[in-house]
Structures are given as structure tokens and as C-alpha cells.
Design a protein around this ligand. Structure first.
Ligand SMILES: Nc1ncnc2c1ncn2[C@@H]1O[C@H](COP(=O)(O)OP(=O)(O)OP(=O)(O)O)[C@@H](O)[C@H]1O
Length: 245
């Protein structure tokens, strides 16, 4: 049996380099020609430098930092969407990432079809999704719209669908990027309550927010990213107080 205090996620010396073309090209043809002639110059940009922290089973970890500090990038690496340039990530459980609105969805399919598509992408069986379908539909409050292609949904409706799928399946690890600040007030309250329920039930959560009050209320420990590296990691009050200064 797993040790209660064992790490479910370990981020070890992770660095991420994005390579960007320096030249401004006006067409794909020009780009290909330049690439073939090896005339394209690249500029390296390190979005993360030597980032390390661990997450224990059942913990709620807050991620804070100014715009561009690297929060979304580290979440994508932990989720396996991006591969780090250096370093490694250990994951000891199934992850449900809620990162970019609509990722994992097909806009030509209905809400219902997307529940099965998104659920399959996350690794859940058709039978399991069938058993959860009514709960997902009810939580999403989409009603008849569930049978409409999601390209007709508003961003709030998409968010409700994504949040409902991600949380009704009871993930081992839930990764949430600022989701609670989207949607109308009523759904915000409901999703906040749902997050609290999941946390009480032992789901490990990684949570990015610019709302320090929410971080203080929900998290066990906090990672503060600054200038693409960890500035501070640990006690919620200590890190949030230092960040506010
Ligand atoms: N695919 C990419 N190609 C090039 N640069 C990128 C790419 N993705 C992110 N970056 C850059 O990496 C840096 C970190 O971005 P990231 O989105 O992780 O920041 P963030 O802390 O989540 O910011 P915010 O609070 O604004 O969401 C930024 O400077 C961003 O421009």
C-alpha cells in the first residue's frame, strides 16, 4: 500500500527552452526556403529554469507568480503535454488537466459526444463514462444544449462542460489553471464547493490562481515562481505574505 506521505508528483530540476525564429517571414514558402538554406536564426528563451518541488498524495498545491513566470508551462510539463528540455517529472497517479479551455474537445461534436471523447482521451472506459453521464450533465447545467455541437457554446458553457467532466470522474490528480475565476457567479460558487469536496475526498490538486485569498483558503503548500524559477516553496502563509510584499 502507498505510504500516505509519499510524493505523487516530483518535479526535478526541470528547465524548458522555447526556440523562436528571429526573422520575420511573410509566407510559409519564404520560411521553408530559409530553412533549407539554413538562413533562419533562432533565439532561445528559457521559460523555466531548474524548477524542483514535490507534491504529496492528497495535497493541494497552489502555484503563484506574475504573468509569464512559467506557471502554465510547468503545469503542461507535469500533465505530459510538453516534454521538458532538461530535468524530469515523476507522476504516481492518473492526471486530469484542465488547462486551456476546449483542449481535448472536438468543436464539430455535441456536448454529449465530447463527454465520451474527452473522457476517452483521459483514459476512462465507455462503461465508466456511461455510469457518470447523468451526473456530468446535471452538474454542467447544459440541459438540451448537450445535444448541440459545442462550436455554438459560449465560453462559460464550454468551461462548465470541461469542469463537469474533469471533476465528476473523481481524478487522482486534478490540475486546474485559473478555472474558478471563469463563469458566472452561481457556477463559480458551485465549482468552488465541488473543488472543496474533491480535496476532502483525497484528490491531489495543483491549482494556479492570481487570487491569493483563494490560495490561502484552499492550499496546503504554495510554489511561488518568479523569473522562470522557484522563488519560494512551502507554508501557505509564509509564501503568500512574502509574495504580497
Ligand atoms: N509555445 C511557446 N513558445 C514560446 N514561448 C512560450 C510558449 N509558451 C509559453 N511561452 C513563454 O514562456 C513564458 C512563460 O509562460 P507561461 O504561460 O507558462 O506563464 P504564466 O506564469 O502561466 O503566465 P500567466 O499568469 O500570464 O498565465 C512566457 O514568457 C511565455 O511567453
Amino acid at each position: 500500500m502507498a505510504d500516505e506521505n509519499s510524493s505523487i508528483i516530483r518535479v526535478e530540476n526541470v528547465s524548458m527552452r522555447f526556440r523562436m525564429a528571429n526573422d520575420r517571414v511573410t509566407s510559409i514558402k519564404e520560411m521553408v526556403t530559409k530553412m533549407l538554406k539554413r538562413q533562419v536564426e533562432y533565439k532561445d528563451f528559457w521559460a523555466l529554469k531548474n524548477v524542483s518541488f514535490d507534491v504529496k498524495r492528497g495535497e493541494v498545491i497552489g502555484l503563484i507568480g506574475r504573468n509569464g513566470a512559467g506557471k502554465s508551462t510547468i503545469l503542461k510539463i507535469i500533465s505530459g503535454i510538453l516534454k521538458p528540455t532538461e530535468g524530469s517529472v515523476y507522476r504516481g497517479g492518473g492526471i486530469v488537466p484542465m488547462l486551456e479551455l476546449g483542449s481535448g474537445f472536438d468543436y464539430d461534436l455535441t456536448g454529449k459526444e465530447n463527454i465520451y471523447l474527452n473522457g476517452a482521451v483521459l483514459g476512462y472506459s465507455k462503461e465508466f463514462l456511461e455510469s457518470r453521464y447523468n451526473d456530468i450533465l446535471e452538474f454542467s447545467e447544459l440541459g438540451e444544449f448537450i445535444n448541440t455541437p459545442i462550436r455554438n457554446y459560449s465560453s462559460g458553457m464550454l468551461m462548465r462542460l470541461a469542469f463537469s467532466i474533469a471533476t465528476v470522474v473523481n481524478p487522482e490528480i486534478l490540475i486546474v489553471d485559473e478555472i474558478l475565476s471563469v463563469g458566472d457567479e452561481n457556477f463559480q460558487k458551485k465549482s468552488h464547493a465541488r473543488m472543496m469536496e474533491l480535496m476532502a475526498g483525497g484528490t491531489t490538486v495543483l491549482y494556479v490562481s492570481h487570487n491569493l485569498d483563494q490560495i490561502r483558503e484552499m492550499c496546503n503548500r504554495v510554489v511561488w515562481l518568479e523569473n522562470h524559477t522557484v522563488k519560494m516553496f512551502g507554508d501557505v502563509k509564509e509564501v503568500c505574505d512574502a509574495y504580497r510584499l
